[in-house]
Design a protein around this ligand. Structure first.
Ligand SMILES: C[S@@+](CC[C@H](N)C(=O)[O-])C[C@H]1O[C@@H](n2cnc3c(N)ncnc32)[C@H](O)[C@@H]1O
Length: 426
């Protein structure tokens, strides 16, 4: 597993740069190092485990390392972090191997002089029974260490959602995310899809609501199956399927999906419409709009037209719509377990989002016919990007009413965190 550890360490070091995406980084490094599927799986588990638990791990290292973590070279930092991750969170790696492999790793990364230091820090932690040091007196600070979540976000969740929901959200931000599919109901029923998947070695069960939702068991890469190539499903979390359902689009209607890429909700909406009517799918960049067009082709959905367009700028050429979906860009704190790097972005970097979201909602609402439905949604759990945007919209735009709004914090099913508001133009 030497190469697997090297690939995981390189990936962690790359994540220290701004704007890196965990899935792209680890896939590229596994391929570059020519890892076997088994080693690739180990590298991914080690990389994601370390990234996910980084705040807890750094809290431990701050106690055991004589030097501040920021003063270490990236290779030493990565070796130590991965060492603690293996000691605490990876049952398949015994303690002796976790320490000795971390020492070998730091040598192979060109920092042989730090091998004694890495050995000493990990052994001291081991000698103390691998106990995580307490965080101090504040409740939020302790939860931040327990769940490896920035203290500011813990405080925000406690204040906005209350203790019970906040604890559920923190627990839901860790661990392997479930895989849900949406059966392409134009081509196959959910039951028949499950049979077809079983024939390809994937265990899956129908998981309504909503109709068409299928839960996959196990860790198969579903996008490699021939059922995927044949357009029998797309991968989509249950919360996103419920969001598309909330739009309530009917066959023959005209629907605008203002922020559509990569297209999951566009496809679910078009399938619900039985491929009759029109779905205008827009996204800011042409490359992203192309993803929607490609997915629609694979699924045999012909009512979707995908093009580039800024949803914050009114375009009279688009005409009038029966329904409009604004699935806006957001901070993504509902999908932390899928992309752990999300939680480490500085709070300043998300401050301008409510203004962008409001502009998209306000502009898109102008396309709606009287009596039409508008859905505003995000995959984040922050009132500033959810309820506050909707409240402002209702206060500043007469003629719209709120039908319902819902925050998914994982209480009913194991879904991503999600917010959906349904509005109507009177
Ligand atoms: C949450 S994602 C949409 C996910 C999509 N609805 C789905 O279900 O697959 C938000 C999208 O908004 C796009 N976006 C960001 N700013 C935009 C803008 N001003 N106008 C249109 N799209 C924008 C992003 O490129 C991104 O693809």
């Amino acid at each position: 597993m030497k190469d697997a550890r090297t690939a995981a360490a390189q990936a962690l070091m790359r994540m220290e740069g701004a704007g890196a995406y965990s899935n792209l980084v680890i896939d590229a490094l596994s391929a570059k190092n020519g890892l076997s599927p088994r080693d690739g799986a180990f590298a991914a588990a080690l990389f994601y485990g370390t990234l996910e638990r980084m705040l807890t791990i750094d809290h431990i290292l701050a106690r055991y390392s004589a030097k501040p973590l920021s003063a270490l070279t990236p290779a030493v930092r990565a070796s130590l972090r991965m060492g603690v991750c293996q000691l605490l969170y990876m049952d398949g790696v015994d303690d002796y191997a976790a320490v000795s492999e971390s020492v070998n790793l730091v040598k192979s990364l060109g920092c042989a002089r730090a091998s004694g230091f890495v050995n000493g820090v990990l052994r001291a932690f081991l000698r103390d029974g691998k106990a995580v040091p307490p965080a101090g007196s504040s409740r939020a600070g302790q939860l931040a260490v327990d769940y490896s979540c920035p203290a500011w976000l813990v405080e925000e969740w406690l204040a906005s959602y209350g203790e019970e929901a906040a604890l559920r959200m923190l627990a839901g931000s860790l661990g392997k995310a479930p895989v849900y599919l949406r059966a392409n109901t134009l081509r196959i029923t959910p039951e028949a899809l499950c049979e077809r998947l079983a024939a390809e070695g994937a265990e899956a069960v129908p998981a309504a609501p909503p109709d068409g939702c299928v839960a996959v068991r196990g860790r198969l890469a579903v996008e490699t199956l021939s059922a995927f190539a044949e357009g029998l499903f797309h991968v989509q979390d249950r919360a996103s399927q419920l969001c598309a359902e909330a739009l309530g689009a009917l066959p023959g209607e005209r629907v605008l999906d203002a922020c559509a890429a990569p297209g999951g909700k566009t496809f679910t909406i078009a399938e619900r419409m039985e491929n009759r009517g029109e779905v205008v799918a827009r996204d800011l960049h042409q490359k992203r709009a192309d993803l929607v067009a490609k997915g629609a082709r694979r699924l045999g959905v012909s009512i979707v037209t995908a093009s580039a367009g800024d949803a914050g700028v009114y375009d009279p050429a688009l005409g009038e719509f029966d329904r409009v979906l604004c699935d806006v860009p957001c901070s993504g704190f509902g999908v932390i377990r899928r992309k752990p790097e999300i939680k480490y972005k500085p709070p300043e970097s998300i401050q301008n989002l409510p203004e962008i979201q409001y502009k998209i909602l306000q502009t898109s609402s102008q396309y709606l016919r009287s009596g039409g439905r508008l859905v505003y949604s995000t995959c984040t759990l922050l009132p500033a990007e959810n309820e506050r945007v909707v409240e402002r919209f209702l206060a500043e735009n007469g003629g719209f009413g709120l039908i319902s709004q819902e925050t998914h914090t994982g209480e009913r099913e194991d879904t991503d965190g999600f917010f959906t508001a349904c509005l109507e133009r009177r």
